[in-house]
Design a binder for this molecule. Structure first.
Ligand SMILES: NC(=O)c1cc2c(N)ncc(C(N)=O)c2s1
Length: 318
């Protein structure tokens, strides 16, 4: 194929393959059979082999990097990744609600979300292109694990708008992948992982991206570093924006107009938790309005406008 035609075909293949990848890994609703996806990937790989200068960082062929790193570089989070205050019972939730209302008045709406039991991650995009991904670390300094995060298929290599943003989420290992991995480890006489969170953390700390790629990790995104830049005025709208940009956002989120509704949501998920395909360790409750969030502000380590209801540790059936 001559160069001009190759350049055009590479762009077409990027668009097709990124769309099909999005449908399969984010929507869980593929529109083409795997064989067609694989055939297009082979076509792109062949053109890139013929014209190496047509390989770009956003190419789907670049998800599993080649080199094995010797260490991870440090990354400073421009906006610190805060932790959440905890609530352990209904009284703690009512206490949170009372404090919020003392500060912003009675007209408060909350958003409830499942608290994914994984590893807090920050993704940085420039003009729509995935540039860098890092761990939370101590909230200010994390580790650059971009190569490993690129292997997570639900992370878009380019988002639908040419935005420069920082998005935050939780990388996790689905329960089924965890069980399969531990079975393999036991068969190889290796020490199994204690839980999916440790397995996800251990997989993302691998210096060889091919190992991370083999671990079937996934991610839910739940915040933009600075939502105010996006024009969204509430957290719920912000989450819908993240979905429009092509990110995987957990669909169990719900707006609650009272702490009673929050308590009902918590009780619903105490029941439903064992049937989820991923581990959760609680419920995150956030004040929906960004104006009210900024009125409440943050302490040195956590926001006053959010709280994590922690489930009691699941009794381990021995
Ligand atoms: N440390 C934090 O701020 C958060 C941690 C988590 C988590 N593990 N899962 C979900 C959310 C969410 N949907 O907001 C948050 S927020």
């Amino acid at each position: 194929m001559e160069k001009k035609a190759a350049e055009k075909r590479v762009q077409e293949l990027h668009t097709l393959l990124n769309q099909y990848n999005y449908e399969y890994h984010v929507l869980d609703h593929p529109s083409v059979p795997d064989a067609e996806y694989d055939q297009l990937m082979r076509e792109l790989t062949d053109i890139e082999a013929q014209y190496p200068d047509l390989v770009s960082p956003e190419s789907p062929t670049q998800r599993v990097g080649g080199e094995i790193l010797s260490a991870f570089n440090k990354v400073e989070h421009k906006i610190p990744m805060l932790s959440l205050g905890n609530a352990f019972n209904e009284a703690d939730l009512r206490d949170f609600d009372r404090k919020v209302k003392q500060a912003v008045g009675d007209d408060v709406e909350y958003v409830c979300e499942l608290k994914i039991d994984g590893l807090a991650i920050s993704l940085h995009y420039e003009n729509g292109l995935f540039i860098q991904g890092s761990t939370r670390g101590d909230g200010t300094i994390g580790e650059d694990i971009t190569a490993n995060l690129k292997t997570i298929r639900s992370i878009p290599l380019r988002i639908s708008q040419p935005m420069t943003i920082e998005v935050r989420g939780e990388a996790y290992m689905p329960k089924k992948s965890f069980e399969k991995l531990n079975q393999q480890k036991e068969e190889n006489g290796e020490e199994p992982f204690a839980n999916p969170r440790n397995a996800a953390a251990g997989s993302l700390r691998q210096l060889d991206p091919r190992i991370a790629a083999s671990r079937n990790l996934d991610i839910f995104l739940y915040a933009i570093g600075d939502f105010s830049e996006t024009g969204a005025t509430t957290h719920h709208d912000g989450l819908n924006l993240l979905e429009k940009l092509g990110f995987k956002v957990n669909k169990e989120r719900e707006k609650c107009t009272s702490i009673e509704e929050v308590i009902q949501y918590v009780q619903k998920w105490v029941e439903k938790r064992p049937h989820l395909p991923y581990e959760i360790d609680g419920i995150v409750i956030k004040v929906n309005s960004f104006v009210q969030q900024s009125e409440l502000g943050t302490t040195a380590k956590s926001p006053r406008w959010a709280i994590a209801y922690k489930f009691p540790a699941e009794e381990v059936v021995t």
